[in-house]
Design a protein around this ligand. Structure first.
Ligand code: HEM
Length: 390
C-alpha cells in the first residue's frame, strides 16, 4: 500500500488532540523517525523504548526528559540526573514512598476522596477534571511534602503555569518563568523552616540531605520539591480524568467494572497503557547508536514515545481497544529501569480509590463536554464536564 510522507511534530496541536493515527504509522513504517526541523529522533516500538529506558549509560536524562524548556524552570532532580548522582538523590525520596508509608496513607486518601465528592453533592453537572480528578492527588502530596493544604491552589497554579509554552514551540512563556521564580522562593523559605524545625515529611528529608553526605545543591533541593509536587499531581490527575472520560465513552467497559470490582487494579494498569498520562520521555545519546539500519549520532535528542510503545501490536492484541479485562502485562506508562516512577505505588492507591468512589456515587454519569490540555508530554484534560443524572 502506498503511503504518504509522514511528518511528526510533537508540538503540533492537532497531533496532540489525537496522536494515535500518527503513532500507528510510526510503529509500522518509521520505528526510527527523525524530524530535521526539531532535530529530534523518535523511537516508538515497545522493545526499542524499553531497551532505551534500561540503558541510562547510552540514553542520558541530564539534558532534560521533556522536549521543552521545563528542566530550566523546575531545576535538577533525580528525574534529570544520571548515575551516580541520580542514586543519591533518589535515595533521599525512596523511603518516603515505602510500602508501609503508602499503607498508612490509605485512610487519608479515602477521606479526601469522599470530602471532594461531598462538595459536589446535589449538583447535576460539574467539571469532574477540575473539581475532582485534579484535586485528588493535591491533598495527599501536600501531606507528604509537609506543606499546608491551603497553599495547594497557589502551588498548583504555579506548577500549571510552569508548563505554559509559546504555542507550537518549546519555549516557556514569561508567565511560566515568573511562576518558576515564585515557586523557588516558596520552597527555599519552607526548606529553611525545616532546618530549624525538622518534621517527618519530604521537605525535611530534602533539607536534611543538603547538610548530610548527599549534599544537595540549592537548585537540586528546589528541583526535588518541584518534581514531587508536579510529578505527583499532574500525572495522577490525568490518569483519573482520562479514565473517567473513557468509561463514559465505553459503556460496556463501565458495566464490566461495576460487575468486577476486583478488576479495578488491573483496569487502572489498562488505563495507564491505553491513554498513558506521560506520553513521551526525552533522552540525549552519550555515544553513537545504530538502530534500524541508521546511526543516531552522539549528543542527539531522542524522544521515547511511551504512548505509542504501549499500543504496540506486537505486544498487545488489538492495542487500540480499551479492554479492562486484559490479562496483566507490564506496560511502560511508569517508565522502567533506574528512573522507574517512585510514585507508582501512590498513583496505584489514589486512582482506584477515586474511581471506585466516583462510580459508586454516580454510576450513570455521562459527558457533556471535554477539552484536551495541549502539552508535549502529558496527556490530560483541561476540563471534563459531566452530567450525573440526579
Ligand atoms: C499516573 C501517575 C504517574 C505516572 C503515569 C508517572 C510516570 C512516570 C514516568 C514515566 C517516570 C519515568 C521518567 C523517566 O524515565 O525519565 C516517572 C518518574 C518519577 N515519578 Fe512518576 N508518574 C506518576 C505518578 C507519580 C507520583 C504520584 C509521584 C510522587 C508523588 C511521582 C514521582 C516520580 C518521581 C520522583 C520520578 C523520578 C524517579 C527517578 O528519576 O529516579 N510520580 N513517573
Amino acid at each position: 500500500m502506498a503511503t504518504s510522507e509522514l511528518t511528526y511534530d510533537p508540538f503540533d496541536a492537532a497531533t496532540n488532540v489525537d496522536p494515535y493515527p500518527i503513532y500507528r504509522r510510526l510503529l509500522s513504517e518509521h520505528p526510527l523517525y527523525y524530524n530535521p526541523e526539531r532535530d529530534l529522533w523518535v523511537l516508538s516500538r515497545f522493545v526499542d523504548v524499553q531497551a532505551a529506558v534500561n540503558d541510562a549509560a547510552t540514553y542520558s536524562s541530564s539534558g532534560g526528559v521533556r522536549v521543552d524548556d521545563l528542566l530550566e524552570l523546575v531545576g535538577p532532580s533525580p528525574l534529570t540526573t544520571d548515575p551516580p548522582r541520580h542514586g543519591l538523590m533518589r535515595n533521599v525520596l525512596r523511603p518516603l514512598f515505602a510500602p508501609r508509608v503508602m499503607r498508612d496513607l490509605e485512610p487519608t486518601i479515602a477521606a479526601s476522596v469522599q470530602r471532594l465528592l461531598d462538595r459536589l453533592d446535589g449538583r447535576n453537572e460539574f467539571d469532574v477534571a477540575k473539581e475532582f480528578a485534579k484535586l485528588v492527588p493535591v491533598t495527599v502530596i501536600c501531606h507528604l511534602l509537609g506543606v499546608p493544604v491551603e497553599d495547594a491552589p497557589m502551588l498548583k497554579g504555579w506548577a500549571d503555569a510552569m508548563l505554559e509554552t509559546v504555542p507550537g514551540s518549546p519555549s516557556a512563556t514569561p508567565v511560566a518563568w515568573a511562576a518558576s521564580a515564585a515557586v523557588r522562593a516558596y520552597w527555599l523559605e519552607a526548606l529553611e523552616a525545616r532546618r530549624s524545625e525538622p518534621r517527618k515529611d519530604i521537605l525535611t528529608a530534602v533539607a536534611a540531605a543538603s547538610t548530610g553526605t548527599t549534599d544537595l545543591s540549592v537548585d537540586e533541593q528546589v528541583g526535588m520539591c518541584n518534581l514531587v509536587f508536579e510529578a505527583g499531581n499532574a500525572t495522577t490527575g490525568s490518569l483519573i480524568s482520562n479514565a473517567l472520560l473513557a468509561l463514559a465513552g465505553f459503556e460496556e467497559q463501565k458495566r464490566w467494572l461495576a460487575a468486577n470490582p476486583d478488576g479495578l487494579p488491573g483496569a487502572v494498569e489498562e488505563f495507564v497503557r491505553w491513554e498513558s498520562p506521560v506520553q513521551s520521555l526525552l533522552r540525549t545519546t552519550t555515544r553513537e547508536v545504530e538502530i534500524h539500519d541508521t546511526v543516531i549520532p552522539a549528543g542527539a535528542r531522542v524522544m521515547l514515545q511511551l504512548g505509542a510503545a504501549n499500543r504496540d501490536p506486537s505486544v498487545w492484541d488489538d492495542p487500540d481497544r480499551l479492554d479492562l479485562s486484559r490479562p496483566p502485562k507490564r506496560n511502560l506508562g511508569f517508565g522502567e529501569g533506574i528512573h522507574f516512577c517512585i510514585g507508582a505505588p501512590l498513583a496505584r492507591l489514589e486512582a482506584p480509590a477515586a474511581l471506585s468512589a466516583f462510580l459508586s456515587r454516580y454510576p450513570e454519569y455521562s459527558t457533556v463536554s471535554g477539552k484536551r490540555f495541549h502539552d508535549v508530554a502529558l496527556r490530560t484534560l483541561d476540563s471534563l464536564v459531566v452530567r450525573v443524572g440526579r
